[in-house]
Design a protein around this ligand. Structure first.
Ligand SMILES: NC(=O)c1ccc[n+]([C@@H]2O[C@H](COP(=O)([O-])OP(=O)(O)OC[C@H]3O[C@@H](n4cnc5c(N)ncnc54)[C@H](O)[C@@H]3O)[C@@H](O)[C@H]2O)c1
Length: 398
């Protein structure tokens, strides 16, 4: 391992940056010399100042504070930047960093659109630095176990079909207060591509690429946003039903609605040819620790039990790679991978290309609904289908 101490900046100091910082804190406790957080950048100075104060308490040295990415890059010699800004800023911040020779890790859903994501990838290729997607979910012990189950252990055979369904009822009595997330040009879309980015990455991780998609995406309850003194329509979906056809032949049904009164349920089951993995929790962030296997003979096995078996199959080197220092917290693992990739001049586990392929599943869902036809995920990646995303691309000059 290289003894290079990584010089890191946080770009964006908001809600999820706190989870990243907690990850860096856990890493610092185990490997104090691995990195220094040298700068915090947020357009809201108080946000950056607050993080800088907290980081000083953690590492003894206060990071310098910036309110502009260009200023940050002009004054700092960085090895990496962890980007946790709103979606429409991801590509501009990442490209500026890459052009300055700085590796980046960018929160999901990587670019605000496919075009934005491809611009990040092009900048990384040109600079020789890497762009990682900050995707923590697949790194959890249950996700690693599920990956082993479906790809190596095969206790429930070959993946055949899954249902990931949620129905609930949240009638909008008041307009949602404005925030970047609620306006399409800033957020890029609703939950299909926001929390949905995690599910799209997980199903790719477990089952490989999706070939085609057919989807309906709807807003069943009229929803509104309060922006300054105006009330404007909220364009985000509250409902979708998507059929996902994987290259492997696996079929997935992913559906979600918060506009269904009377009967609420969450139902996530992955069927193989010889049994099922029944999950609990939600349709975005699983499999969860409560998940269990059901076999045709009526036997059940908890996923947590299988996790112990999975760990026994791992070499010491594999354990160090998947759970360095015994970490199991997902953000800690994500941040560790980023730092370690910089230190050892290796690719990160979840590249920008991986982020693009996961993102393209979500965008294919929107595009299919927009066109009311089956859409190829590769066509979305290639830019041959760009109807839903066009106004966002135009807004940001992409
Ligand atoms: N991995 C997860 O589980 C998870 C969960 C929540 C959010 N996220 C992702 O994290 C990112 C941020 O989401 P959030 O909920 O923390 O948002 P947030 O609004 O809480 O924080 C964003 C921060 O970025 C700052 N910012 C805005 N423009 C900037 C710019 N040009 N330069 C520097 N800073 C700027 C804002 O002032 C704010 O402090 C999004 O990509 C979101 O999808 C991921």
């Amino acid at each position: 391992m290289s003894d290079k101490r990584v010089r890191l900046a946080l770009i964006g100091c908001g809600g999820i940056t706190r989870a990243h910082l907690n990850g860096y804190r856990r890493i610092k406790e185990k490997e104090p010399d691995k990195f220094d957080l040298v700068a915090c950048c947020d357009t809201v100075r108080e946000n950056a100042e607050q993080f800088a104060t907290d980081i000083e308490a953690m590492q003894g040295m206060k990071p310098r504070v910036y309110t502009d990415v260009e200023e940050l890059l002009k004054h700092e010699q960085l090895d990496g930047a962890d980007i946790t800004t709103p979606h429409h800023i991801h590509h501009t911040a990442a490209i500026a960093c890459l052009e300055a020779g700085v590796n980046v890790m960018i929160e999901k859903p990587i670019g605000v659109t496919v075009k934005a994501t491809k611009a990040i990838i092009a900048a990384a290729q040109k600079s020789g630095k890497f762009a990682a997607t900050a995707e923590q979910i697949r790194r959890g012990p249950m996700q690693r176990t599920a990956h082993w189950l479906f790809n190596e252990n095969k206790l429930i055979g070959e993946p055949r079909l899954f249902f990931a369904q949620h129905a609930s009822w949240s009638r909008p009595h008041q307009p949602t207060p404005w925030h970047w997330r609620v306006e399409k040009h800033f957020g890029g879309g609703g939950m299909v591509m926001d929390s949905g980015a995690h599910f799209c990455d997980t199903i790719r991780y477990l089952f490989g690429d999706v070939d085609t998609v057919y989807a309906r995406v709807e807003q069943l309850e009229k929803r509104q946003i309060k922006k300054d003194d105006a009330i404007i329509p909220d364009s985000r979906e509250d409902t979708w039903v998507a059929t996902l056809n994987f290259k492997s032949g696996l079929i997935g049904l992913w559906s979600y609605s918060t506009s269904l009164p009377g009967h609420h349920f969450t139902h996530v089951v992955y069927y193989g040819t010889q049994g099922a993995l029944v999950d609990s929790g939600d349709v975005f962030h699983g499999p969860f620790a409560g998940a269990y296997l059901r076999l045709p003979n009526g036997r059940t096995r908890r996923l947590t039990e299988l996790h112990d078996e999975f760990l026994e199959t791992l070499s010491e080197e594999q354990k160090r790679r998947l759970f360095p220092h015994g970490f199991t917290e997902q953000f800690t693992l994500e941040c560790y991978d980023f730092l370690d990739a910089i230190q050892n001049d290796r690719p990160p586990e979840v590249s920008a290309e991986d982020g693009l392929k996961a993102k393209a599943i979500a965008e294919a869902i929107y595009e299919s609904a927009y066109l009311n036809q089956v859409v190829s995920v590769q066509d979305v990646i290639d830019g041959k289908v760009e109807n839903y995303q066009r106004d966002v691309n135009e807004r940001w000059g992409l």
